[in-house]
Design a protein around this ligand. Structure first.
Ligand SMILES: [Zn+2]
Length: 872
């Protein structure tokens, strides 16, 4: 037990700030050994807070050195203020004053990567959520918005590029080969949106003319060696700017928009006003070094951060409990953008797959929380799938309930009402209510109740009356601190099909009651329902489909998402049966119905390859684990492997035909949706061919590895061979890949991840050895995710090894990283938090390692929160 336990803070304790900072002037003297920060804050009492004057309280990290503090030019002595528990308190201040403060920082020693730090020789910052308090003393809360003016001074030859938020307004040379630049941001913003960058950077430049005819300079910066990898991000940025004007009426508001790529970054990217800072993995893209998934990630993340300029920056969060106000809305916006740029159905399938495996698991685990949490110890732990992805689903439901036109009116009103303000999720819903005249009070439960609701649907057919009745029952399991849930208000999109697959009806039902019945009359025969089309609500849907009905939907449903989902339901049900057979030591049998259905799909050359690839991908081990009452790691793995191998052998000719049909070696690479679809079907087919174990297909994979001109095909072939029984070829290709790409950091992340997720014998020894390899760097979050994260998240057989060695390895890492980078440590911990879902032996071992962490002195608040909540 640590000496002092970190304390939780509660939404219900929110109070408006007693003090406001109207203007903030910052001066950074950047040097190798230290950085001096001179801050000048114009502070005044908040006119909206009445009562007797409160002391001035400023956040400031304990590690930050305070050199000088003055109020209206009067220097304060240590007895004039108090510093404790990360807070600086000054009593008896005037109603309005100027506070000046000088702090000394050591960016080169900052391994937490919050505040000001160094990444590969450049200075950069990360201030969301509470990193600004590591730079200077400030009311570091999103509802204190200030106008910032920032001057950076640094050595001119080492740091020729000096960037901050807003527009550059002045620059010049200083003594001793140094130079300076001043930036001014005209828009008031909270401190978490502050950013600076200083370095020797290459630049890709372009421009964009906004809808009102203003010219905006677009600049993307990266290390010189990566200059050839910035074009796709630039194209994506321009597409996103145009899309936001057309779809949301949002125009950009500064003369310049900048993106900087940095290699050491805890998150994906950060929407600092006018100066987005990106993890290299979310901005660099080149056909030779980036997979299709990587290209789509760049497009999505560039758009996401750009969209924040309105949904996040111009209108921001009142407090961190409202994080989903900006994240849920912006994820919905970027998902719609990606859907418009690529295939809508495929994008939806990918998003829902993530939700069903990872977010549903979060909802069912010890860290379950509502989209708007009620309390937290460390806000960094709440940058979760629930806040982001489920939050986006909640916005999507509003979009379905109101329809696109009213939704747009609602978002216009929201931006108009709250421009320049820090507001709440309630304010967002209120704007939707105002434009629609609807009462959304029941709908608001989506923000306050945790857990994944279940919809149980039954039906009755009255042939005499031609009447079909759908009865919908909803429930939601208990989650920490919430025993009983109230019914939700949700859109249930549906279609009714006849036996031949013709669509008879379609629409959206609004479900509000614990149980209610919807009646459809005037039908000639009993319909087959297609329920929850396009996944219209983030729920688990139960309806007792027959195999015949599911196969009919797989063939005929007009809703692409539900066609895919019908196929998944067939597979999940068959696999669950096989898991039972395996547990009862019965021989596993490949169901003929599945072979027949897949054969038909594969022979249908009119189907879109991207959709076909989605339909022919077996449900993941993670999904099957999420659906199980008690996770049987070995049974799930063995059954999936059995099914994969059997389907591979039974349909070998069809896989080969699909591979050849989609062979794109003659074309030059393009990351458009159609080409991506062909490559995904081709590589899926290659995977099945490899699964047959036949020698010729190993040769085919090796050929693809050597001859392909793009990373998608090369990496797919590498992973297939590396994970196969052909150990000699695996070692050869891994070595060849290493020699080819050892100087490309992002490609080496893939090289690490491929090996970490290799399910063959000896996995733990391999990752242990890799953690000593020169390409691995434990200070770099991308490397940690690629090695430790991939092993614990994507190699269930070895992470969950019955001797507990995988758990011990992860726990050792967490304890080591907790001292260095608590945010990343807490994130990597997730797999252990699920301990209650496993068999006795495994759960006892996982619990033992959680307890070992709990018994460690001086745990960070980040890790302490996750471990303590998991052990409850
Ligand atoms: Zn975001």
């Amino acid at each position: 037990m640590s000496a002092q336990q970190p304390q939780a803070i509660y939404l219900e304790d929110y109070r408006p700030p007693a003090w406001l900072v109207t203007h903030t002037e910052l001066n950074f003297e950047l040097e190798e050994e230290q950085t001096l920060v001179r801050a000048r804050l114009n502070i005044k009492a908040n006119p909206e807070v009445s009562g007797k004057p409160e002391p001035l309280q400023l956040h400031g990290d304990e590690g930050m050195e305070l050199l000088r503090l003055s109020i209206d030019n009067q220097v304060l002595e240590p007895q004039d203020y108090r510093r404790e528990a990360g807070m600086l308190t000054i009593n008896n201040v005037p109603d309005q004053f100027v506070l000046e403060c000088v702090t000394r920082l050591l960016p080169h020693e900052n391994t937490a990567l919050e505040g000001l730090y160094k990444s590969d020789g450049m200075f950069c910052t990360q201030c969301e959520a509470e990193g600004f308090r590591r730079i200077t003393f400030f009311p570091d809360r999103p509802d204190v918005m200030s106008i910032f003016r920032t001057t950076l001074t640094a050595d001119k030859s080492q740091y020729p590029v000096l960037l901050s938020n807003g527009n550059p307004v002045a620059s010049g040379d200083a003594e001793e080969g140094r130079h300076w630049v001043t930036w001014e941001d005209p828009w008031p913003k909270p401190a978490y949106l502050f950013a600076l960058v200083a370095g020797d950077l290459a630049l890709l430049e372009d421009s964009f003319t906004t809808c009102s005819g203003r010219e905006v300079a677009l600049r993307i910066y990266a290390e010189h060696k990566d200059l050839d990898k910035l074009e796709y991000a630039m194209t994506s940025l321009k597409n996103a700017m145009r899309w936001d004007e057309e779809v949301y009426g949002r125009e950009y508001d500064l003369d310049i928009f900048m993106i900087v790529a940095v290699d050491f970054f805890n998150m994906g990217a950060m929407e600092n006003k006018g100066l987005n800072i990106f993890n290299t993995s979310c901005v660099l893209a080149h056909p030779k070094t980036t997979t299709d998934g990587g290209f789509q990630r760049v497009e999505g993340v560039v758009a996401h951060e750009y969209f924040h300029n309105w949904s996040g920056n111009r209108v921001t969060c009142r407090d961190w409990f409202q994080l989903s106000l900006k994240e849920g809305f912006t994820v919905f916006r970027d998902a719609e953008f990606s859907a418009d740029m690529n295939s809508r159905t495929v994008k939806r399938i990918e998003d829902v797959s993530l939700l069903r495996t990872a977010q549903f698991a979060e909802d069912a685990g010890p860290m379950a929380h509502p989209v708007r949490p009620e309390s937290f110890i460390e806000i960094s732990n709440f940058y979760t799938l629930t806040v982001y992805e489920k939050g986006a689903e909640v916005v999507r439901m509003l979009h379905s309930l109101l329809g696109p036109e009213l939704f747009r009116k609602g978002s216009d009103l929201y931006f108009e009402r709250h421009d320049g303000q820090a507001v709440t999720t309630d304010d967002f819903v209120a704007a939707m209510e105002a434009v629609s005249g609807r009462d959304l009070s029941q709908f608001r439960r989506w923000y306050s109740q945790a857990g994944t609701p279940r919809l149980n649907v039954t039906d009755r057919w009255d042939a005499g009356a031609g009447e079909y009745r759908l009865t919908v029952k909803q429930s939601c399991p208990p989650s920490p601190g919430q025993e009983h849930k109230q019914p939700y208000h949700l859109p249930l999109a549906y279609g009714l099909l006849d036996e031949a697959g013709r669509e008879l009806r379609s629409g959206v039902l609004e479900v509000r009651e614990e149980e209610e019945t919807f009646v459809f009359s005037g039908l000639e025969s009993r319909p087959v329902p297609s329920l929850l089309r396009a996944f219209s609500a983030p729920v688990k849907l139960e309806y007792d489909y027959s195999y015949e009905q599911l196969l009919m939907l797989l063939r005929h449903d007009t809703d692409g998402f539900n066609r895919w989902d019908a196929g998944q339901r067939v597979c999940v049900r068959l696999m669950q049966n096989l898991i039972r057979d395996w547990q009862n030591e019965q021989t596993l049998q490949l169901p003929a119905t599945l072979v027949e259905a897949w054969k038909q799909l594969l022979q249908n050359e009119t189907l879109d390859p991207a959709m076909l690839a989605q339909c022919l991908r077996l449900p993941s081990e993670a999904l099957l684990a999420e659906l199980a009452d008690e996770v049987d790691v070995v049974a799930i793995h063995e059954v999936r492997e059995f099914l994969r191998t059997s389907l591979a052998q039974a349909l070998e000719q069809q896989w080969l035909a699909a591979y050849q049909r989609c062979d794109t070696r003659e074309e030059s690479y393009s990351p458009d949706a159609a080409s991506i679809g062909r490559r995904s079907l081709k590589n899926l087919a290659l995977g099945y061919l490899m699964a047959t174990g036949a020698e010729p297909w190993l040769e085919l994979a090796r050929q693809q590895f050597e001859q392909s001109d793009n990373m998608t095909d090369q990496q797919a072939a590498l992973a297939l061979v590396a994970h196969s029984r052909h150990r000699e070829s695996a070692a050869e290709l891994l070595q060849q890949f290493y020699l080819q790409w050892q100087h490309e950091s992002l490609v080496m992340n893939q090289w690490l991840a491929v090996q970490a997720s290799d399910p063959t014998e000896g996995a733990l020894e391999r990752v242990q050895a890799l953690s000593e390899h020169p390409v691995f760097d434990a200070r770099n979050p991308n490397k940690l995710r690629s090695l430790v994260g991939a092993f614990c998240g994507q190699n269930p057989m070895h992470f969950h090894s019955e001797d507990g060695s995988g758990y011990a390895w992860l726990a050792d890492w967490i304890l080591r990283l907790d001292k260095q980078n608590p945010q990343v440590a807490a994130r990597l911990l997730t797999p252990l938090t699920r301990w209650k879902r496993y068999d006795k032996v495994r759960s006892a071992l996982m619990q033992k390692h959680l307890q070992r962490m709990m018994d460690t002195d001086d745990l960070s608040a980040d890790v302490y929160e996750v471990v303590s909540k998991s052990l409850v």
